[in-house]
Design a binder for this molecule. Structure first.
Ligand code: B1M
Length: 233
């Protein structure tokens, strides 16, 4: 996209122009520009959530479409992902700063064989913002790693992310292992990732499929409410 960025002063742009420029900068993998753009929008009283969704996630959607269509390749997408992470790093503490009471605890990780972590990170950030304590296991998690973490943390929720059709079946391996060990009913299992859907989630025995981070937060909250009501009944 634009390669004459040196001439553009981000702070001089209107909100709409700046958001479009940030989409371009994300596409071009310009981390510093993305970080500057995030600071400028926050300085203009944008909420962290709006900056995240309108400037960063929307920009990454364009990157995703062009990656799918063979216009962008892995190195460019990696740069875009790195720029996105720069922006997310600034927003993370702000999203978590809501002062919400502790809602519950979640262990989340991307499944074995899969290194996509942007969506999973977003879910973790939004959950923290909603008052959940989150232990993020990162990427490429084997069933043993999930088990070790849930035994250590005793979370309310286990979250799994997969972005590849080849890795999403691994979620069933984890759930089946929980069943074999008689631990399945101790945890709420929520799954997400672009190739998943409701039907897949049901077929593998998860409790919920979450289309995006906002749905993950709402779903987690409603499960926790039910859990508390059941405990108090
Ligand atoms: Co990858 N990649 N990639 N990639 N990559 C996809 C997923 C792909 C759809 C692109 C395409 O072809 N259109 C395609 C998968 C095709 C398929 O399986 N059907 C693909 C491929 C093929 C590959 C490689 C195999 C490419 C190659 O090497 N030839 C390779 C695989 C490596 C591996 O994992 N073993 C690969 C590598 C990479 C990069 C490293 C370059 C980079 C990842 C960088 C990183 O994550 N640190 C990358 C990226 C960035 C993408 C796309 C472009 C963007 C993903 C993303 O970050 N989206 C992606 C195309 C796409 O999805 N449109 C693609 C933004 C993010 C906010 O959305 O992750 O969907 P998403 O998360 C959402 C929801 O899904 C949900 O909430 C999130 C926030 O709203 N959600 C959850 C996600 N996890 C959740 C967990 C929950 C709840 C909700 O738990 C409760």
């Amino acid at each position: 996209m634009a390669d004459d960025n040196e001439d553009i002063i981000l702070a001089d742009l209107s909100d709409d122009e700046l958001v479009l420029q940030m989409h371009d900068d994300l596409y071009d993998g310009l981390k510093e520009e993305i970080e500057d753009g995030v600071h400028i929008l926050l300085g203009r009283d944008w909420t962290p959530y709006d900056v995240l969704t309108k400037a960063l996630v929307a920009g990454m959607t364009i990157v995703g479409a062009d990656f799918r269509d063979g216009i962008l390749f892995v190195p460019e997408v990696l740069l875009a992902a790195n720029a996105m992470k720069g922006g997310m790093f600034i927003l993370k503490p702000l999203l978590a700063e809501t002062g919400a009471p502790r809602m519950g605890k979640m262990v989340i990780g991307t499944v074995k064989g899969d290194i996509h972590d942007i969506g999973k990170n977003l879910v973790g950030m939004m959950m923290e913002g909603a008052g959940f304590e989150v232990r993020d296991l990162g990427i490429n998690n084997s069933v043993e790693k999930y088990l070790a973490a849930i035994e250590e943390e005793q979370p309310d929720i286990l979250g799994m992310s997969a972005l590849l059709t080849t890795t999403m079946p691994y979620m069933k391996v984890v759930i089946d292992t929980l069943k074999e060990k008689g631990m399945r009913d101790d945890y709420i299992v929520m799954v997400g990732g672009a190739p998943l859907n409701e039907e897949f989630s049901k077929a593998i025995g998860a409790d919920a499929y979450c289309r995006d981070a906002a749905v993950a937060v709402e779903t987690a909250k409603s499960f926790m409410l039910r859990k508390h009501n059941a405990m108090n009944a």
